[in-house]
Ligand binder design. Structure first.
Ligand SMILES: Cc1cc2nc3c(=O)[nH]c(=O)nc-3n(C[C@H](O)[C@H](O)[C@H](O)COP(=O)(O)OP(=O)(O)OC[C@H]3O[C@@H](n4cnc5c(N)ncnc54)[C@H](O)[C@@H]3O)c2cc1C
Length: 390
């Protein structure tokens, strides 16, 4: 099976990227227009639902094939598709917990690329302490009226749908009384305000819900069961969503090595850079072993489990070191940008990745939160009574 997807994807990537690069050079990879276009091409080529069951429009391939595909995309320098939140977080969550109606309503739009999704969890004051979310939904005929304020919602400005964690039980606290809702972003009462980032882009947003109607059939799992679903989705996020980025890391390491070979350094500087390179190479090897562990969990039909926390922690901290190494090796050339979207030069692209990598130890649970998970759930250390369960 693996051979089939590798051969098919290799030939597709070579052909497609040759044309794609005329419009979007490699350094435009992070830009939204580039990622939107890439998503459409992947969908047209039937390459976003590799592991979904065939009866749901997928190709029924094992997760190891998905990894092989991500490897090839990384090797060819392909961009991340704009809808990767849907491909890697929502779709596996719906496949595991969604009703048949939800699967047939929402999976085709993800597969065809016609419906982009965003994730509405964080709120001002509820990030690491996610169980304290205050966005609430009140019972009305046939559904719910949602009121609240989400923040850092990646791609909300592009999204047609949002999966959100909402308090449906009045007076409940902590992770009880929450539900996992699918909110139509075109509903009356939804307002999206962009947040400008250090890189100059505006990938994330504030989202305001004012009396937004959500029908009963857009709750995933039971009412009040939202925490369990959101935690499984978080495991997919840490384990699956980050996989392409993890695979990409080895290629970024290779780029750092190329820069080192090209740099004109005295013996002492060269030796210090080499030892930094060896340090991150060791981490990449450990990450590779962790990927194999997560893949075997998912292949056995489980969520990635707490192993996803280890993977996310190692990846985000190692990536910061790799990009920092690249930036240092650029020397004076690194004193540029980041430039406006779509106008990246190679050096400005490294600067952009350096700035962006600072966010990666925060997104999807900060490094401190991952360490809490590892300490409590893997090492069995006593739980911090003041901490949350995220
Ligand atoms: C690039 C990016 C994209 C994002 N996209 C989304 C999205 O699409 N949807 C969404 O819902 N959210 C998104 N987020 C938000 C993200 O989930 C939160 O930023 C994250 O959970 C941290 O929450 P916070 O920002 O409120 O920080 P806080 O929770 O206020 O944390 C502040 C600091 O305190 C530390 N801290 C907090 N609690 C503990 C504890 N118990 N033990 C030890 N240290 C602790 C944290 O580690 C951190 O250093 C995104 C964030 C980033 C950076």
């Amino acid at each position: 099976m693996k051979q089939d997807i590798v051969a098919e994807a290799t030939s597709w990537l070579e052909k497609t990227l040759a044309v794609f690069r005329e419009e979007f050079p490699a350094h435009a990879n992070p830009s939204q227009p580039c990622r939107i276009r890439w998503n459409a091409l992947l969908c047209d080529a039937d390459l976003v639902a590799l592991t979904w069951p065939e009866e749901l429009g997928g190709r029924g391939l094992p997760t190891s094939d998905l990894i092989a595909f991500h490897e090839l995309c990384a090797k060819h320098g392909a961009p991340q598709p704009i809808n990767s939140i849907a491909h890697s977080i929502l779709a596996p969550t719906l496949l595991q917990f969604g009703t048949d109606t939800q699967k047939s309503r929402f999976l085709p739009g993800i597969r065809a690329g016609t419906e982009v999704w965003c994730q509405g969890y964080s709120e001002p004051g509820s990030g690491s302490d996610l169980a304290s979310v205050r966005t609430r939904a009140a019972r009305v005929d046939g559904g719910w009226l949602v009121n609240g304020h989400k923040i850092w919602t990646t791609q909300a400005h592009l999204a047609r749908w949002c999966f959100a964690l909402v308090r449906t039980e009045p007076g409940s606290v902590g992770h009880r009384g929450l539900s996992f809702m699918l909110v139509d972003m075109k509903s009356p009462g939804v307002r999206v305000e962009p947040i400008r980032q250090l890189t100059g882009e505006a990938d994330y947003n504030e989202v305001f819900f004012e009396n937004v109607h959500v029908t009963d059939d857009n709750i995933v799992g039971e009412v009040g069961e939202g925490w369990r679903i959101a935690m499984a989705a978080a495991e997919f996020e840490r384990g699956i969503y980050f996989l392409p980025r993890v695979v990409q890391l080895e290629h970024e390491l290779h780029r750092a090595q190329m820069l080192l070979e090209d740099a004109k350094l005295n013996a002492s500087d060269a030796s210090s850079y080499r030892s930094r390179l060896l340090d991150v190479r060791d981490s990449c090897q450990v990450i590779r072993w962790r990927v194999e562990k997560v893949v075997s969990q998912v292949a056995a039909g489980k969520t990635p489990g707490t192993g996803g926390a280890i993977l996310k922690l190692l990846w985000s901290e190692t990536r910061q070191k790799v990009v920092e190494l690249q930036l240092d090796l650029l020397g004076d050339r690194g004193g540029v940008g980041p430039e406006a979207e779509g106008e990246y030069t190679e050096a400005a692209a490294v600067v952009r990745e350096f700035l962006w990598s600072r966010a990666e130890t925060i997104v999807a649970g900060t490094s401190e939160i991952q360490r809490n998970i590892i300490a409590e759930r893997i090492l069995g250390l006593p739980k911090d009574k003041n901490a949350n369960a995220n």
